[in-house]
Design a protein around this ligand. Structure first.
Ligand SMILES: *[C@@H]1O[C@H](CO)[C@@H](O)[C@H](O)[C@H]1NC(C)=O
Ligand SMILES: *[C@@H]1O[C@H](CO)[C@@H](O)[C@H](O)[C@H]1NC(C)=O
Ligand SMILES: *[C@@H]1O[C@H](CO)[C@@H](O)[C@H](O)[C@H]1NC(C)=O
Ligand SMILES: *[C@@H]1O[C@H](CO)[C@@H](O)[C@H](O)[C@H]1NC(C)=O
Ligand SMILES: *[C@@H]1O[C@H](CO)[C@@H](O)[C@H](O)[C@H]1NC(C)=O
Ligand SMILES: [Zn+2]
Length: 505
């Protein structure tokens, strides 16, 4: 009894408003909340609706969604390959937008993603496992997920040419220098020459956190080690010593259907859209609440409040799948755009990692010189905002580490902001932003502890307001913003060493 009366009341109210609207405007397609009676969006109004309380609530929702991943992975995760955790994420996004009374056209874009996971690995070179060893992402396992044994053999030059691989590589573990070509190319050439595993050593300081990228039937189990760990081994090999070695890799690489979610305002000029995106997936290791829970939820929060307003230009939100495996969702999306559809996107804004605990306000240094014209105007919108709000900011490289890559390579101006991943904060940056020098911006980056305790809410609120400002600015007008002219690849002189969060070469 208790629930029936209020329910009846609500039903009849909703019924009346639909009827009322139908009477006022019988041809209107919008069923609920008359679109025409809404005020035009403004930065001030949209920003005023962003609250820490709402963001916290959404982060809590997302963390409980990540808990569904425990079933498959024994810990919270929203990995694309994890059907429970990731699917629950996109269901949540979809359902949240679907509640907004027909304000948006929602679409699902399903595609086949090649995704992988490394469960366990071991690499013994001579008498020890190098401290710096990491498994390459998208590596195949060793045969039957058993250890393989063979001598370590040094590959000549950069290991980018068949002729670099000596005959002795057959049945051996290949040791290859990083650089010139991709890790995937090196692994495939090693496999083709008969190697049983491949080890790439760094050409600069530190470990190599890389990915093989698109699978090849020639790939063998692949690892990265530091230059420091490699040098003593190289000396021994050059002196003619034999280094008996073993490799073990338990990993999977497989195809899985997954889905990008898009939501576009029904209002506004449909030929001129401002587009923005975040990624709906996390890595296998953890729940990804900062990476990229924060970006995804910022978009949801802005999309929710935008529905209170009219827009002059259309706004298109995207939640990408498969970002962590190498920008799969955004690559697929852009590859499917006809020239005509491509030209409707006036710019793309990338929002990945909005609340790193030891944050800096980072702006992608997206210049017009190296990117589609208009990118720099967007870059300046961000820096002007921080300055107007008394905040410091830094430029970071616009080098292919997130979902903007396919857009700028296909003529669409792009840019975005972030708060930092595995980079180390300098003393100078501590003066600018507070926090701790000598530590990562996000000490839980790509780890299990990227959870509800891993967020700087002050940065998240500031950045969500800035995202609201970026959306409102272009939803109102593209006056002065360069017109789109072509969909050609930009002339990029240096090939990028990133395509996604992991190094590709
Ligand atoms: C689109 O995806 C959402 C989220 O997974 C799902 O709830 C919805 O049913 C899908 N719609 C269509 C038409 O496939
Ligand atoms: C590989 O090396 C051979 C022999 O040195 C050379 O002729 C060939 O051009 C090289 N191929 C590539 C792709 O560099
Ligand atoms: C690399 O490591 C060496 C030795 O630890 C150090 O002297 C050098 O400054 C490092 N280079 C960079 C670029 O960090
Ligand atoms: C920003 O990028 C331009 C080239 O596009 C470069 O000249 C400039 O030095 C960069 N600035 C910073 C701070 O990285
Ligand atoms: C900005 O950085 C300067 C040091 O470069 C510092 O003195 C100032 O307090 C910083 N501003 C804020 C808001 O943190
Ligand atoms: Zn990310």
């Amino acid at each position: 009894m208790h629930s029936i009366l209020p329910l009846l009341g609500a039903t009849s109210l909703a019924g009346a408003s639909v009827l009322q609207q139908a009477l006022i405007n019988p041809t209107n397609q919008v069923l609920f909340g008359s679109y025409d009676s809404k005020p035009l969006v403004s930065s001030e109004a949209l920003e005023a609706q962003i609250t820490e309380k709402n963001l916290r609530k959404r982060a809590e929702d997302l963390f409980s969604i990540a808990q569904e991943g425990v079933e498959e992975y024994n810990h919270p995760t929203r990995l694309t390959l994890c059907h429970t955790g990731h699917l629950a994420t996109i269901n949540y996004i979809y359902a949240t937008i679907a509640e907004l009374d027909d304000y948006y056209e929602i679409s699902n874009q399903t595609f086949d993603a090649v995704v992988g996971n490394v469960f366990e690995y071991r690499l013994v070179l001579g008498d020890r496992q190098p401290d710096s060893v990491l498994a390459m992402s998208l590596t195949p396992p060793t045969p039957d997920k058993e250890a393989v044994f063979g001598p370590l053999v040094l590959v000549a030059n950069d290991g980018c040419n068949e002729s670099d691989f000596p005959a002795t590589i057959k049945g051996a573990i290949a040791l290859i220098k990083r650089g010139v070509c991709g890790f995937g190319d090196k692994s495939a050439l090693a496999g083709k020459a008969g190697a049983i595993a491949a080890v790439v050593y760094n050409n600069e300081n530190g470990s190599v956190s890389g990915t093989l990228g698109t699978p090849s039937k020639y790939h063998v189990a692949s690892f990265g080690i530091s230059n420091e760990d490699a040098q003593p081994l190289i000396k021994k090999l050059e002196a003619g010593d034999v280094i008996p070695s073993s490799a073990y890799m338990d990993a999977i690489v497989q195809k899985t259907g997954t889905t990008n979610i898009m939501a576009q305002t029904k209002g506004g000029d449909q030929e001129n859209c401002v587009m923005l995106g975040g990624h709906s997936d996390s890595v296998a290791e953890g729940p990804g609440i900062n990476d990229d829970g924060t970006g995804s939820l910022t978009l949801l929060e802005v999309a929710t409040h935008l529905a209170d307003y009219k827009v002059n230009n259309c706004v298109r939100f995207a939640w990408w799948a498969g970002e962590e495996e190498g920008l799969l969702g955004s690559d697929y999306y852009v590859s499917q755009l006809s020239k005509e559809e491509n030209l409707k996107i006036r710019l793309f804004m990338d929002y990945d990692m909005m609340a790193s605990p030891n944050y800096a306000y980072q702006v992608y240094n997206a210049t017009d010189a190296a990117n589609p014209v208009g990118s720099e105007e967007l870059r300046n919108l961000y820096t002007n905002y921080y300055e107007a709000h008394g905040q410091n900011w830094t430029y970071i490289p616009f080098d292919g580490r997130s979902d903007y890559d396919a857009f700028i390579k296909n003529g669409i101006p792009g840019g975005g902001i972030a708060t930092g991943a595995e980079g180390v904060k300098s003393e100078n940056e501590v003066a600018m932003f507070g926090g701790k020098a000598g530590e990562w911006y996000d000490h839980c980056y790509h780890q299990l502890c990227d959870d509800l305790d891993n967020l700087a809410y002050d940065a998240w609120v500031m950045n969500t307001k800035l995202v609201a400002h970026s959306v409102a600015t272009y939803a109102v007008s593209f006056k002065g913003f360069p017109k789109r002219t072509d969909v050609k690849m930009n002339d990029v002189s240096e090939p990028s060493i990133y395509h996604g969060p992991k190094l590709i070469m």
